[in-house]
Design a protein around this ligand. Structure first.
Ligand SMILES: [Zn+2]
Length: 326
C-alpha cells in the first residue's frame, strides 16, 4: 500500500477499526479492557463495544488503553499520521502532517510527540553484540545549542523561554549543547541512542554496560572516556587524527547516523528542549532499525503494535495545561 492508497483505505471508519482490532486482538476476540470479559457486544451506531458486566467504562472504543485514548481525533487521522512518521525517511514536520490529514499544526505537533513516545522501546530492547551480534560501534554526539550570530537580547529571551530547570540538567552550561550516546550493532543493524547528562567516563560506561553484552567487540574513538572498556569487552579504537578507517575497526556507521539525525532536526532543534530529544532519537532509531526488515505497511503496523498502555499528556509534554482541547 502506498500513502495514497492508505488515505483512501483509512478514510473508511470501519477499516480503521478493523485495522486496530487485528493488531490489538489478533484472534478477533475483543476483550473488555476493564474486566477482561470476552463476550462484549458491538454497538454499530456508536462504533463502540459494550461490556455485559455493569461497571464504569462499560462502553469502550478501539482507542481505549492506547496512546490515543484521550485524543478527540479519529483513528483515521492517527493511522495516517503514523504512516507518515513511520515511513518518511527524513522525518516529517508538524506542518506536513497538519496539511495532509487536516488538523491544526499544534495538534499535529502533539500527535508527533505521542507517536515518538510509541517508537521508544528502550525498556524492552534486546542487548547489542554478544555471540550472535557483530561488532558494536559506540560514539557520542552533541546536539543543539544556539546560533552564534544571535543578538544578546534574543539570547536572553531564549534562555528565559527554554532554559528551565529540566533543560539545565542536560545542557552543557557553556555551549548549551545536549550530549547523546549511540551504539550500533553492525551485524544486526540495530541502533540505540539516548540523551546523557554528561560525557564523563562513568556515565558513558554505565550506558554501554546496560546496552551491550559482555564480551562483545566494541569500537570507539580514542577518547579517554572509553579507556577501561577492555575489562568487559574486546575493545578496539580508531584514531581519527591519523586514519579514518582501520580495516574493520571504524565508527563510520554510527557517525553516518548522527549526520542523518542532525540533518533531520534541520537546526530547528535550537528551539526545542533537550527534554524532547530522547523522543526524537527514538524516532530516528525506529526508522533505522526497521529500514531493512520492514516495508511501509509492516512498519506502520509495527508502530501501531506499540501503542498499548502508553500515555503522554500535553501537560507532561509542555509543562503547561492545554487550554482548549485539541
Ligand atoms: Zn468489562
Amino acid at each position: 500500500m502506498t500513502l495514497q492508497q492508505a488515505i483512501i483505505h483509512f478514510s473508511d471508519a470501519d477499516n480503521c477499526i478493523k485495522y486496530m482490532v487485528d493488531l490489538r486482538w489478533p484472534d478477533g476476540v475483543v476483550v473488555c479492557p476493564t474486566c477482561g470479559r470476552n463476550d462484549v457486544s458491538w454497538l454499530s451506531n456508536q462504533r463502540k463495544w459494550q461490556c455485559k458486566s455493569n461497571h464504569a467504562k462499560r462502553q469502550f472504543s478501539a482507542k481505549v488503553g492506547t496512546i490515543f485514548e484521550d485524543s478527540p481525533l479519529g483513528l483515521d487521522k492517527w493511522i495516517l499520521a503514523s504512516w507518515m512518521i513511520a515511513n518518511c525517511k527524513n522525518g516529517v514536520s508538524s506542518y506536513e502532517i497538519a496539511r495532509n490529514i487536516g488538523v491544526t499544526q499544534k495538534s499535529a505537533w502533539f500527535m508527533l510527540h505521542r507517536m515518538r513516545l510509541v517508537m521508544d522501546t528502550t525498556e524492552t530492547d534486546a542487548k547489542l553484540g554478544g555471540s550472535e551480534g557483530g561488532p558494536v560501534e559506540v560514539d557520542e554526539a552533541f546536539v543543539g545549542g544556539e546560533p552564534k550570530n544571535w543578538h544578546n537580547s534574543k539570547r536572553i529571551a531564549h534562555h528565559k523561554a527554554v532554559r528551565s530547570e529540566r533543560v539545565r540538567t542536560y545542557q552543557n552550561a557553556f555551549t548549551h549543547k545536549t550530549a547523546v550516546i549511540g551504539m550500533l550493532d553492525r551485524e544486526s543493524r540495530q541502533i540505540r541512542a539516548k540523551v546523557v547528562p554528561n560525557v564523563r567516563r562513568e556515565t558513558l560506561q554505565n550506558e554501554i554496560l546496560d546496552i551491550i553484552e559482555f564480551g562483545s567487540k566494541v569500537y570507539t574513538d580514542q577518547a579517554v572516556t572509553y579507556k577501561s572498556l577492555k575489562d568487559k569487552y574486546v575493545h578496539d579504537t580508531v584514531n581519527h587524527a591519523n586514519q579514518y578507517v582501520n580495516g574493520q575497526v571504524h565508527t563510520n556507521s554510527i557517525e553516518n547516523f548522527w549526520s542523518l539525525m542532525k540533518r533531520n532536526l534541520k537546526g530547528t532543534y535550537v528551539a526545542v528542549e533537550p527534554f524532547h530529544l530522547d523522543r526524537y532519537l527514538a524516532e530516528q532509531c525506529f526508522r533505522f532499525n526497521t529500514s531493512r526488515t520492514h516495508n511501509d505497511e509492516t512498519r506502520c503496523a509495527k508502530l501501531f503494535s506499540q501503542v498499548l498502555g502508553k500515555r503522554l499528556t500535553y501537560a507532561e509534554l509542555t509543562g503547561k495545561e492545554a487550554g482548549a482541547s485539541f
